[in-house]
Write a protein that binds this ligand. Structure first.
Ligand SMILES: Cc1ncc(COP(=O)(O)O)c(C=O)c1O
Length: 404
């Protein structure tokens, strides 16, 4: 045997997987081994199946044997539907040839970071964060520069713009902004996002935007997309979004990237050499998702349901002493600070989440899955994309466990 294991690059070895996926497997394992029902607040996906009309469109595509490769950038029909959505919603003036359809938003993020981050480049990332941005940055030899967000139980999580500005150096290449935000459930104020964009422009930086939760906003007028806030988006923004959350299509692997033509052309070549094209059937399903009233209606109903679940989760969590919780305004997560509980139990956050799963059958993700600083060590993430009764049961179990 060759020791091919030894030949592996350090950059691959050092990658962190997504902890949310690891906990999903562990929850199953604990449920089987102990024969108990595990309540999981872990994984970030809607619990509803993909909407009927979308599934039917995929069946029709299959019956028509629409099963071959497509254009790398995605079928024109879908790029037109994406442009129309963005233009209707954000008055952005996006043209179909400014869109690449990808195998999930994650691949769009990959294309952006792979194409821009050179060894030694610094990428500014609000902390805590969805882990793909820093992991891919490191993979390509760059350095994530974490800027802790501010947390206040009344105002929630906000960007620390001063700290962002202070962390810009000669080596800064890009700023990442994910809005609405995973894991905190924050929706950043439009004026703050505008200021961040101005700052990036002043320093000639790239801005990588991830608005995958753009429809999961629970307060009127709280959210404005960057394509609307910045008419000059083509100059310096790479925009990503996708179908996973809005239409409950996580397994279909469908997302997209929007940028100027000059950027799209080379990125298309990277896509062609990486995955050839997004799944053909999923693309037809994506057209139906964006074009039909039925899927938007179903999506809106789902988000209304999530709003009620969020309210329930908040009301239940705030009853627990030692937990500081803010009612999130976007995405489908809550990110309570549990320092009081950890101090009382004498555990660190990972010991706490392990203990909760093993002994009380509840999955919550440790903040350390999203942050290496105090923004991770003192927090846990809970998804409220699950049944209301389960939310109540799970939080009741947590309450009993920590107040014993
Ligand atoms: C902020 C954020 N971006 C991107 C993704 C990846 O989504 P996709 O399924 O489209 O790859 C997720 C999924 O959890 C996410 O939370």
């Amino acid at each position: 045997m060759y020791p091919i294991n030894d030949y592996l690059k350090d950059s691959v070895r050092e990658l962190q997987g997504e902890k949310a996926f690891a906990y999903l497997a562990r929850a199953r394992e604990v449920a089987e081994r102990r024969g108990i029902k595990v309540v999981s607040f872990g994984i970030g996906q809607p619990d509803l199946p993909t909407f009927e009309n979308i599934v039917n469109a995929a069946k029709t595509a299959l019956d028509a044997r629409f099963t071959g490769y497509t254009e790398t950038e995605g079928i024109r029909e879908l790029r037109e539907a994406i442009a129309d959505y963005l233009n209707y919603r954000y008055h952005a003036g996006v043209r179909p040839d400014e869109v690449i359809v990808t195998t999930g938003t994650k691949t769009a993020i990959f294309l952006a970071i792979a194409s821009y981050v050179r060894p030694g480049d610094e990428v500014i990332i609000p902390d805590p964060t969805y882990p793909a941005y820093p992991e891919l940055t490191k993979f390509f030899g760059g350095k994530p520069i974490y800027v802790p967000m501010r947390f206040n139980q009344d105002r929630g999580f906000t960007l620390d713009l001063e700290a962002v500005e202070n962390s810009i150096t000669q080596r800064t290449r890009a700023i990442v902004i994910n809005n609405p935000h995973n894991p905190t459930g924050a929706v950043f104020r439009p004026d703050e996002v505008s200021k961040l964009l101005e700052m990036a422009k002043d320093h000639r930086l790239l801005v990588i935007v991830d608005e995958i939760y753009d429809n999961f906003v629970y307060e009127d007028n709280a959210f404005k997309g960057v394509l609307e806030l910045e008419p000059e988006w083509r100059r310096y923004i790479i925009y990503t979004n996708g179908f996973s959350k809005t239409f409950s299509m996580t397994g279909w692997r469908l997302g997209y990237l929007v940028a100027s033509r000059e950027v799209i052309e080379p990125l298309k070549k990277l896509a062609a050499n990486t995955y050839s094209c997004p799944p053909s059937i999923a693309q037809k399903a994506g057209v139906e998702a964006l074009r039909s009233e039925a899927s938007w209606k179903a999506s809106k109903a789902m988000i209304e349901l999530f709003r009620r679940r969020r309210d329930v989760m908040y009301e239940e969590l705030r009853k627990i002493p030692g937990i500081e919780v803010w009612k999130s305004t976007g995405a489908f997560y809550m990110y309570p600070r549990i320092k009081g509980v950890l101090d009382r139990l004498g555990m660190d956050v990972e010991q706490f989440t392990d203990w909760l799963l093993e002994n009380h059958g509840v999955v919550v993700l440790p903040g350390t899955a999203f942050s290496e600083t105090h923004m991770g060590k003192e927090y846990v993430r809970l998804s409220f994309a699950l049944d209301e009764a389960l939310i109540k049961e799970g939080i009741e179990r947590i309450r009993k466990a920590v107040t014993k």
